[in-house]
Ligand binder design. Sequence first.
Ligand SMILES: [Zn+2]
Ligand SMILES: [Zn+2]
Length: 333
Amino acid sequence: MLVSTWRGGSEFTLDTVPDPSPGPGQVVIKVHSSGICGTDIHKTQGLFPGTPPEVLGHEFVGPIVELGEGVDSTMLDKVVGCTLNASCGECEGCKTWSAMHCEREPRLAGGFAEYVLVDQRQAHVLPDGLDPETASMTEPAACVVSCLNMLGEIEHGFDALVVGGGLLGLFTVGMLKLRGAGRIILSEPNPKRLAMGAQFGADVLNDPTKDDLGELVNDLTGGYGVKIGAEAVGVPKLVANVSKMIRPRGNLVLVGVSPQGSALPVDLYDLHYKEITVSGAFGAGDAFGEALATLPRLDLNGVVSGRFPLEDIEAAFAASAGGEGVKYMIAPR
Ligand SMILES: [Zn+2]
Ligand SMILES: [Zn+2]
C-alpha cells in the first residue's frame, strides 16, 4: 500500500510499504478521508513536537476491510471513525484523567495512507446519516467537546467570545450554541471563515483588523465582559487578549494549542482579582463518542475547502498552512 511519510520540515515522500495485517483485536481500515490537523501543520513547522520519519494524520474515516482474531464479524464493512489511541481503561492515566493519557496503549500508524491498522476499541461506527468526510472531523470536534466538558454545567443564556474561526473555533461556536449560549461573538480576520461563523451559530461577527474587539465586547456586555472566552488559534498573545474580555468568575478556555514552551503574557493579578478559571483539554479526552453523536446537529456545509490525493500532500499542507480555507482533506483513492 501507499503511505505518505513526513521526512521533516515540509518534505514528504510517497512510499510503498507492506499492507497491514491485523493481529488479535485489531482491524484494518481503508482510508476514505483523512483531515489535515493544525497539529500536523505545526509539526512540519517545528511548533509541535514530532519526530520524523512519521506517517501523520489522525482524523480519518473509512470502512473496516479486514478483521483480526476475536473481532465481532458484523464489524466488517462498517464505516468507522477512530480515536488516537486504544486506551486500556485500567491504567492510572485512563482511570484518573482521560483516554488520551493512557500509559499502556501506544498510538498506531497515521492516516495519510491507503490503509490504517487500529485496535477495535479505537473504531466507532458512524451514526446514520453522517457522511464519512464530515465524520472525519470527529476528532477535532471531540477536542472542543472535551474542552467544554471541563467547564461543567453553565447557566443558559451566557455570553461567549470565540477568537479564531478555523475549524476548532467554528466547532467551539457550534458546541457553545448547543449548550445554551446566548450571544456568541466570533472574531476572525479571514472573511470566508468569519462568514461561516454565522452558519455555526455566531450572533456577532468581528473582523479584528477593522473593528476593535475590546470595544465591541464592552458595548455588548455593559462593560462586564463575557462569561466564556475561548481562544481557538494557539497564539499566547491572543489568549492574553481574550482573558481581558472575560467577566468576573468567567472562564478562559484554551481550545487552540499554543507552541510548546510558550508563556501566558497576562497580569496574574487581574486573573486573581476577577477570579477567572483557566482550562484546556488535551486532545479528544473521552469525548469522541459524544462528538460523533453531536456532529449531525451542526451544519458543516462548505467547511471542507479542498481535497487532495496522497501524492499531492505537500500541496495540501501548503494550502492548509495558508489559512485561506477551513479544512483540507487527504482522500487516498
Ligand atoms: Zn487533530
Ligand atoms: Zn490506559
